[in-house]
Design a protein. Sequence first.
Length: 334
Amino acid sequence: MQAWTRLKRDRVGMTSLWVVAAFLVLVLLAQFGVIAADWQKEVGEPFAPPHWVGADAKQVQAKEVDRPPNVDLSAVDPLAPRYAEWAERASRIQTVDAVRAPTLPLGGDRIGRDVLDKAIKGAQVSILVGIAAAVLATLIGTVLGALAGYFGGRFDDFLEWVYNVFTSVPYILLIFALAAVFKSGPLGKMFSQGIAPVVIILGAVGWTGIYRLVRAEYIKHRSREYVRAAEAIGASNGARMFGHILPNVSHVVLVQLSLHVVSFIKAEVILSFLGLGVPIDMVSWGTMLAEAQTELVLGKWWQLAAATAFMAAFVTAFALLTDALRDAMDPKLR
């Protein structure tokens, strides 16, 4: 309660909390198909500009059909009298092109899909990947750090060796190596759909920082009086580790969890941008940025702007919220 009271006094933290909450609501609505369910539909013209830009004059001119001069073609073409009737009938038929909007709220991509729907659906995928991967990495790092810090000895030496092996390889290269294995290796068939490969890759690589901090906290807390008292009354090792010590180091775990959400969203964007992330039938902020490369050459900037704006807003708000939580949960301020 004290942490929540301190957080409420932080204006930047509360504003960031509202922004993050708004994004999470969008993610839930998109997950259940309330919004952005038809993001793959071609609702607009190819490269339809945003509303405030207006319709592209070149596309309007391309639709106009040059009418021939008023010449009596009945002498050379016996079907000429029927042309007007056929044109009238054709105008009554709703074709796909006829219902496509010339402009969209945030513009359209190369085949006419709504960029706003894609940005919302991309938020769903990218944020879910970031949260799921952060939870997995936090779970692995917390459990291994607790075991190493509490028991020590050879078990600690073994986990330290595993930690050093993981940290000796550059972070981004390890991610790329695992992504290549999941993409084209023997595991590719098992995890060919959904966001599971990206979550597993990021979680398997990102646990090291949490492990190091949790291990140090457990080494510090395992010999304190309240742990000795719990041992004296017959509490098991598991009860002392997770029932007594873990609540006292939970602020470290929660802060690291929130920090990893931001870093994993960025990592997913990079992987999807390079074609090693989510499948091609899904959309994320990374795939939108990859598509925007070719569009930007043609002067179509709105997909790049939408993906960048959505990602920057969420990542900035989440980072500021993380700083506010870290200050609010600091034991020194209690």
